[in-house]
Ligand binder design. Structure first.
Ligand code: MN
Length: 484
């Protein structure tokens, strides 16, 4: 599908490339032993290295290297056996070194490929230019005091992977699907938590436009730190239109870094874009080149888990579900694990409905995420058992699910407590039906006179009288017998 931006005179095409900063899942920082856990007291996780005390020397954390290599292999990329750490020099109040240790000309991971699946079922390959390892900065806190800014260095020195794509995306959907796929890969590999709300996955979008048919790339603007799929989409859409409007007015686009204002929905100038030379990159004299052996890389490759794309293919062939549904189920490793646990005891398509329609539908409505959920796959499986065994109807099961989400209790416990067990006892149902037929003698006569539609009325009355607990199949059978 093409995405066309209409100008006054011309039609334009959107061109987007992404730089994703993903926090490496690791207990300690990239070059120090300080803790990385989220939510700790301010400045409680700062080593002398992170605080840039004079004379302190960085030491590479091997776990972070392993995680970067694993991620590179997960996107089918070339792993560079020799990479270099450079100093990227700039002043930030929350970066005491006065530079960031990053990788410039020789990153740890080279070119790779990520495949995305679009809503219409089509696939597209997005080329990855590189992944490099670098330090995160601390945090400046402006909103605690009217006159002062506070600095929290807990995040300072935490390892990031910067994943840089080629400008291969042409629609808003492609941009979002790309970021989702990267997130799914990182989560499946367990190399990053990919939690956008906690800021450990942040996306910078490089946006440019060009008249349809042109091959030269237009001047791009970089929109920094987008932290939700909705904001990525809003920001890119606004920015593309802003650029088209400028061009149509005969103006030039300045290459610059912009920020997205989530309230106004506009992008605004943050700073004019520096060239690489402004950062005075040079190899960090405190760190030797990082040299890996092919054997080390091969061993990591052997330990790679199943990736989302392979899992999608497997779901389609093994469970016979659609490409789209397979995409929903593999968007996050937790969802995949939940689904596979359910399929141990139940039909895949039934599991799909109860997970994606019933459970996700309720979660969206209440506004909770998977992490907040009080029930696990075993508990939902227990609910489906009750339907399978004829203990409750599908309709009652939906009410039971509401209580389960609210309380986290087992389905059987709720059914017992609330007395929701399905009545299959023929004589009990027969008694109720006899009463209903006696009370509605006129309708019985009408039915026998040919008004077939009234059958539904009798079923409804019976279900109402049993508060939905009568086994519908039994009700149907008895009613047919009595009314014939
Ligand atoms: Mn970076």
């Amino acid at each position: 599908m093409t995405y066309i931006i209409q100008g006054k005179n011309n039609q334009y095409e959107l061109v987007v490339g992404c730089e994703i900063h993903a926090q490496v899942a690791s207990k300690s920082k990239l070059f120090s032993r300080a803790d990385t856990s989220f939510g700790a007291k301010q400045n409680s996780q700062v080593s002398l290295v992170d605080a840039a005390m004079p004379g302190m020397l960085p030491t590479i954390n091997e776990e972070c290297v392993r995680q970067a290599v694993k991620t590179g292999l997960g996107i089918n990329a070339k792993i560079n056996l020799k990479s270099i750490f450079d100093r990227k020099n700039y002043f930030y109040p929350d970066s005491p070194q006065g530079y960031q240790i990053s990788q410039f000309s020789d990153p740890i991971v080279g070119e790779g490929i990520v495949e995305i699946v679009l809503k219409d079922g089509s696939k597209k390959q997005i080329r990855i230019e590189r992944i490099h390892l670098e330090q995160d900065a601390g945090k400046s806190i402006h909103d605690q005091d009217p006159t002062q800014t506070f600095i929290d260095l807990n995040r300072c020195g935490v390892a990031l992977m910067e994943i840089v794509s080629q400008p291969d995306m042409r629609t808003l959907e492609e941009v979002c699907e790309y970021v989702k796929e990267i997130r799914a890969i990182l989560r499946a590999l367990e190399t990053s938590d990919g939690d956008m709300e906690k800021g450990n996955l942040r996306c910078d979008a490089n946006v440019s436009v060009r008249i349809i048919g042109e091959t030269k790339l237009g001047t791009r603007c970089e929109i920094k730190n987008l932290n939700s799929f909705r904001n990525i989409s809003r920001a890119v859409e606004f920015e593309a239109q802003r650029q088209v409007d400028l061009l149509e007015d005969g103006k030039k686009i300045d290459q610059e870094t912009r920020l997205f204002d989530t309230i106004s929905g506009e992008t605004k100038t943050m700073r004019s874009k520096e060239d690489a030379m402004d950062y005075r990159y040079f190899p960090d004299p405190d760190l030797p080149p990082l040299v890996l052996t092919q054997e080390y890389v091969d061993n990591i490759k052997k330990s790679l888990p199943e990736l989302p794309s392979a899992r999608r293919e497997r779901y389609i062939s093994e469970f016979g579900i659609s490409e789209y549904d397979a995409g929903v189920l593999t968007a996050d490793i937790e969802i995949s694990q939940f689904f596979e646990e359910l399929t141990k005891n139940h039909e895949p398509k039934l599991c799909l409905t109860w997970l994606t329609v019933e459970l996700f539908g309720r979660m969206n409505k209440i506004g909770i995420s998977f992490g907040d959920l009080k029930i696990d796959a075993k508990k939902l499986s227990g609910l489906l058992d009750l339907i399978k065994n004829g203990e409750i109807s599908g309709k009652i099961a939906k009410d039971v699910l509401d209580f389960m989400i609210e309380t986290g209790k087992d389905a059987s416990k709720i059914v017992e407590e609330k007395g929701l067990k399905q009545v299959s006892d023929t004589s009990a149902i027969e008694k109720i039906i006899d009463e209903i037929l006696a009370q509605n003698a006129d309708k019985v006569a009408e039915y026998k006179g040919g008004k077939d539609k009234l059958f539904g009325f009798f079923v409804g009355q019976t279900m109402a009288k049993t508060k939905g607990q009568a086994n519908p199949q039994v009700v149907n059978e008895i009613l047919k017998k009595k009314l014939s």
